[in-house]
Design a protein around this ligand. Sequence first.
Ligand SMILES: Nc1nc2c(c(=O)[nH]1)N[C@H]1C(S)=C(S)[C@@H](COP(=O)(O)O)O[C@H]1N2
Ligand SMILES: [Mo]
Length: 299
Amino acid sequence: MARRWTNTLGPRDVTPEAVFLNRRQIIAGAAGAALVGLPGAGRANTLEPNSWEDITSYNNYYEFGTRKDDPEKYAHMLTTEPWTVRIEGMVDRPGDYAFADIMQEMTVEERIYRFRCVEAWSMVIPWTGFELADLLGLAGAQSGAEYVAFETALRPDEMPGVHYNVLDWPYVEGLRMDEALHPLTIMATGIYGKDIPNQNGAPLRLVVPWKYGFKSIKSVVRITVTEDEPPTSWNKANAREYGFYSNVNPNVPHRRWSQASEKVIGTGLFPTRQDTLMFNGYADEVAGLYEGMDLSRNF
Ligand SMILES: Nc1nc2c(c(=O)[nH]1)N[C@H]1C(S)=C(S)[C@@H](COP(=O)(O)O)O[C@H]1N2
Ligand SMILES: [Mo]
């Protein structure tokens, strides 16, 4: 992972939404090449991002409550400046990394990704952020490490939802190392070129576009590089329904509902439904990671 980092775009380089929309085709063709020309998808080649309003008002962030509008109402209580991420475990340079220092080192890009929640709704979100691989490189992740574990802040004074035992706090997630190093895996720090709003996981959150949304852990304060498969919040809460991998897969239903189609957020009172794509449309890029695995067992 010998790489040099250059800072091409800071989190405060604001791109007005209208300008952003005009540029989206170019961006989708460059950074988001994965999104263009999906075989057999029967869809437009460019993705139409959801509005800022949809993306920031229809959220899951249970630390602030379980209703879709709770995060927008309450996440402003979270203090995100200053922010540090502890990176530890099998790394050459463990320590507390200030978010501002991380941003100095990272190449921030814009990526338009499909986002698919396990509750069978979907959006398209124009993230800005950097590749997780670059952050792991900065900390000196060691060869031989197999997994990466993530943890969200736990602040009872700032998070009204953590007083309820809906999950075992703090929220934790994990990836296999090859998933973590995949170029589609990013740490998002913005949306539409603006700083990421608290309800979406400020100041930095994981985004893994081929997995159900709950893998994309918000407001990360700890990253541990490890040999062992780490525990994950939804698997701890209900192992029958939520596995470690959680790859978007229309052929493997959730125990209580089909995963073959999804509601398209932002399509009005009688929302459009569309067929869910294998690996959320990123099969060409990521199917190889799971070759030989039985995805109905490793769900
Ligand atoms: N810390 C934390 N991260 C979280 C969650 C959460 O409740 N707490 N919800 C997850 C779920 S279920 C989804 S679908 C996505 C939602 O991201 P969004 O609100 O930015 O669309 O965040 C994921 N990350
Ligand atoms: Mo979700």
